[in-house]
Design a binder for this molecule. Structure first.
Ligand code: HEC
Length: 113
């Protein structure tokens, strides 16, 4: 095998690996948002069965990304506005995530469980 071919294979493998690392980091940040925003996390309210079950709704595709984001930004009934609380989570500031990235990470985490 030529050196250049080996180099190309190594580069491709490296790109694949870093893509995986980015995906893992995203889910981890999503989890931290779920567990830590509002101090005690979304689960304080959403792990109660009479409130919307976010994991199930996202997984089933009944709660789409646009509606999810709208509720986080505007609130809804007993659901407080959440976007500012989400951006305060340490993992979010540490990663330098903006609104879109933070909402993406949280939505991906909810769909992954
Ligand atoms: C203080 C309790 C409380 C906290 C904390 C809370 N929620 Fe909620 N959430 C609710 C309630 C109650 C509803 C139902 C509101 C309604 O339908 O009138 C709701 C609804 C929602 C909905 C809309 C679901 C649907 O299908 O209409 C989304 C999305 C949501 N919450 C996401 C979150 C996320 C993400 C967090 C954490 C960042 C969070 N909530 C934290 C109480 C809470």
């Amino acid at each position: 095998m030529k050196i250049t071919t080996i180099g190309t294979i190594a580069a491709v493998a490296l790109i694949a690996l870093s893509g995986q690392a980015v995906a893992d980091e995203k889910l981890e940040i999503g989890q931290k948002i779920y567990e830590r925003s509002f101090g005690r996390g979304c689960g304080t309210c959403h792990d109660i069965s009479s409130n919307p079950q976010l994991f199930a709704l996202v997984k089933a595709g009944t709660l789409d990304r646009a509606k999810f984001e709208k509720v986080l930004k505007e609130g809804k009934g007993g659901m407080p506005k959440a976007i500012e609380e989400i951006l305060k989570v340490k993992a979010v500031t540490a990663a330098g995530y903006g609104e879109d990235q933070a909402v993406d990470a949280l939505y991906a985490y909810l769909g992954s469980k």
